[in-house]
Design a protein around this ligand. Structure first.
Ligand SMILES: Nc1nc2c(ncn2[C@@H]2O[C@H](COP(=O)(O)OP(=O)(O)O)[C@@H](O)[C@H]2O)c(=O)[nH]1
Ligand SMILES: [Mg+2]
Length: 321
């Protein structure tokens, strides 16, 4: 097997297959992934813009991303796309479809990769930042992350992007749903896709309303997201989305928020790793000290009190109960 070090050299030199193999290792996690993270450390500046595209499944994210990537490559950039789809654990039709659709317009200057969770819960949160760093080390940027707008990990990934594009389509996961899911709060650009379908204008109006309300209640920050209507299948409106993303990036630069977002990403990554580390420790503890559960099992102690006692022991490195 080729050593990760050699793979990295080849990937940096532009060999796409080598980058693909490194990404697979990163996705699997464990020691190999940690080793790659060490090698990459210091090589990626962490300065590449991270653009999150999120929204319910089927809203047209991948289709729009194809056009965005096209626009970026024609203006000289080398974007990389990470399409995170936890609902597709296998390399099924949807993922393959994404790749073909996006590769079709990317003209070879972009790198597109799908990532699924393959069942291990903490894996995604750790693999995404590691993959982005690999992309950057290989000279790609901006870094586009497509995630479905459900689930904490996906929202966290998006929250820490520099610019977050929240997409919806009429009649599915529409404005009210998006609001409930907390997606409006994190939106820097709002896209109502499938403008060719009936109801798109209603969705837009609902969104305007909600943005107005959030102003009144003081929830809005200094940036009011622009609402853009698109028809991703024809590419209609994609240019406007690109312009809105650039406007937001300029706003971040002007207000010094870019650095804050970069720091938020690192904070989130450290937090995710600590959480995973402690979770593993707790799980090992319960396996090796089955007695620790006894009081909870026989009803002498509540599960909550048992958990508090075990946590205290774990954190202070005390011997088992
Ligand atoms: N009518 C219409 N269909 C669209 C539009 N954009 C995407 N679609 C279709 O919606 C389906 C889901 O698109 P996809 O990009 O995979 O959505 P994703 O799950 O959000 O990535 C596909 O069949 C697309 O062809 C649009 O603007 N109008
Ligand atoms: Mg998709």
């Amino acid at each position: 097997m080729t050593e990760p070090g050699e793979l990295l050299e080849r990937a940096v030199a532009g060999e796409r297959r080598a980058l693909g193999r490194l990404l697979s290792l990163v996705e699997q996690g464990g020691e190999a992934a940690d080793g790659i993270a060490e090698m990459v450390h210091g090589q990626a500046s962490g300065q590449a813009a991270v653009i999150g595209i999120t929204g319910a499944p089927g809203t047209g994210k991948s289709t729009l991303v194809g056009h965005l990537v096209d626009g970026m490559t024609s203006s000289g950039a080398r974007p990389a796309v990470l399409a995170v789809d936890p609902s597709s654990p296998l390399t099924g039709g949807a993922i393959l479809g994404d790749r073909i659709r996006m590769d079709g317009v990317a003209g070879g200057r972009a790198f597109i990769r799908s990532m699924a969770t393959r069942g291990h819960a903490g894996g995604l949160a750790l693999a995404v930042p590691a993959a982005l760093r690999l992309f950057e080390t290989c000279g790609f940027g901006p870094l586009v992350v497509e995630t479905v707008g459900v689930g904490q990990v996906e929202v966290d990934v998006t929250r820490t992007a520099d610019t977050t594009v929240v997409m919806m389509a009429p009649g599915m996961g529409d404005a009210v749903q998006a609001n409930k899911a907390g997606l409006l709060e994190i939106a820097d650009v709002l896209v109502v896709n499938k403008a060719d379908r009936p109801g798109a204008e209603d969705t837009r109006r609902d969104l305007e309303h909600m943005l107005d309300l959030s102003r009144i209640t003081g929830l809005a920050q200094h940036w009011r997201p622009e609402i853009i209507m698109t028809t991703a299948t024809t590419g209609d409106g994609a240019d406007q989305v690109q312009t809105a993303i650039q406007a937001h990036q300029a706003h971040l630069a002007d207000t010094g928020q870019q650095e804050a977002r970069r720091q938020a990403r690192i904070r989130q990554e450290v937090l995710d790793r600590v959480t995973q580390h402690l979770g593993t420790k707790a799980s090992q503890y319960l396996s090796t000290n089955p007695d620790a559960l006894r009081e909870a099992l026989n009803g002498d102690r509540t599960p909550a009190a048992t958990a508090a006692k075990i946590s205290k022991r774990l954190l202070s490195n005390q011997p088992p109960i």
